[in-house]
Write a protein that binds this ligand. Structure first.
Ligand code: HEM
Length: 406
């Protein structure tokens, strides 16, 4: 997702102590570290100068206060490699008002629940096709066969594109998110930059064709939007892919893993589909696909008695905030019932001016997958422990092996 384009120094750094993003066991389970951070180091200073903020209230305050910036200063420490910088200049997520507002307003109307009416039917069709292609018995990796594929097809349909390039688009968006973490280093950034360039090269002629003869699809709306300038239409289209595919794939896989790991919850879901939205919300809270938001201090501010000076890179640890025990009862527990009790304040989609525009679409997809699996595979069970992809910045299963027809 482009929001994390290199606002943070990427020179190799040795991380030890509370939060080591390179440590394999922290990547699998960062939650004990997050707990210590909230309790003892609500502003944790990493060796590279980054301040990590982990309490729910502090994260919300900072996201709403306007003291942090989403932009990068050219030439500043941590500025991204050239290929990334070129693509990040024009995206809404790397901009502050008023430029951010103008870009966001060009896209937002196409992603409201009302506007997505027809898209929802398309999602149901993609999900039905992928679930129907599963065998009736045996062990399958639902991440590979279903959950990683639904978001790519959905995004391509939303833009108005066919699925011929599904595999390539998926690879580019995964390479991008693998390389965009602040801890990916220059090689990761180079790889993310190459992936963005390939994606932009793929979308540019399609956008140009829509400019000449527009249709009703989102790519045409971007191509013909009079408020967007220069390469802004192209870069918002690229952003939709980089923001909306890998994240949604991680949510879908984590939701499936959660129900497959809990036979009682799955049996209840099979019997009553009204449980599905709460399972999706609880997955977003407990297994937030985006664990951190990147910012830079624009105006001096004080957080939990720590003064942050302009230019300081800041990581808002939304994955930690979402398990804050002062906001969520028994916060480490996966408990969809909390949603009915009104505990709905998770920050998985961010908050404030940059709050995720794709939240309704992500929820539609997750619900569609759980409902289709409940229809076709009511007896599925988890066949093996679920490994998390080896990274800290984003979170999602590497595979979800389930036994079908058990
Ligand atoms: C579960 C799936 C998703 C998660 C967890 C997620 C998470 C987020 C988060 C945390 C932000 C805020 C970034 C920031 O403050 O810097 C964001 C922004 C954004 N997301 Fe999502 N996202 C998801 C799916 C999608 C989808 C499906 C789309 C597109 C169809 C999308 C499009 C966007 C856009 C355009 C922004 C930038 C908004 C702005 O800068 O004003 N996201 N997302």
């Amino acid at each position: 997702m482009t929001e994390w384009i290199g606002a943070i120094p990427t020179q190799p750094t040795t991380f030890t102590g509370l939060l080591d993003p390179f440590d394999a066991s922290t990547q699998q389970n960062p939650f004990a570290a997050y707990r210590s951070m909230r309790r003892h180091h609500p502003v944790l200073h990493l060796p590279d100068g980054t301040a990590v903020v982990s309490r729910h209230a502090d994260v919300v305050d900072l996201l709403r206060a306007g003291t942090l910036s989403s932009t990068q200063e050219a030439g500043a420490a941590g500025a991204p490699v050239a290929s990334l910088a070129r693509h990040s200049r024009s995206v809404m997520v790397a901009a502050d008002p008023p430029v951010h507002t103008r870009r966001r307003e060009a896209v937002a109307p196409s992603l409201t629940p009302q506007a997505l009416g027809g898209v929802g039917e398309g999602v149901d069709r993609h999900v039905a096709d992928l679930v129907a292609a599963l065998p009736t018995t045996g062990t399958v990796d639902l991440a590979r066969e279903v959950t990683s594929r639904v978001p790519t097809r959905t995004l391509l349909s939303l833009l108005g594109l066919d699925h011929a390039e599904e595999g390539a688009v998926r690879t580019w968006t995964t390479d991008f998110s693998d390389g965009i973490s602040p801890w990916a280093g220059p090689d990761g950034e180079e790889s993310a930059g190459r992936a963005l360039t390939s994606l932009a090269d793929h979308l540019e002629p399609l956008l140009e064709a829509r400019r000449r003869s527009p249709t009703t699809d989102l790519l045409s709306r971007l191509a013909c939007d009079p408020t967007l300038e220069g390469d802004e239409p192209l870069q918002q289209a690229v952003l939709l892919c980089t923001a909306g595919i890998d994240t949604a794939a991680d949510l879908l896989a984590s939701a499936v893993a959660a129900v497959a790991a809990d036979p009682a919850l799955w049996a209840a879901t099979v019997a009553d589909r009204t449980l599905v939205p709460a399972i999706v919300e609880e997955t977003l809270r407990c297994e937030s696909p985006v664990q951190f938001l990147m910012r830079r201090v624009a105006e001096p501010c004080t957080v939990a008695e720590h003064r942050l000076e302009p230019g300081t890179p800041v990581l808002l640890a939304i994955g930690a905030a979402n398990r804050d025990e002062t906001v969520f009862t028994d916060a480490e527990r996966f408990d969809p019932a909390r949603v009915r009790r009104g505990e709905r304040r998770h920050l998985a989609f961010g908050s404030g001016a940059h709050r995720c525009l794709g939240a309704p679409l992500a929820r539609i997809q997750a619900a569609a997958v759980l409902c289709a699996l409940a229809d076709r595979h009511p007896a599925l069970t988890l066949a093996a422990p679920v490994p998390v992809r080896p990274r800290l910045f984003f979170r999602g299963p590497a595979e979800v092996l389930v036994a079908l027809g058990a």
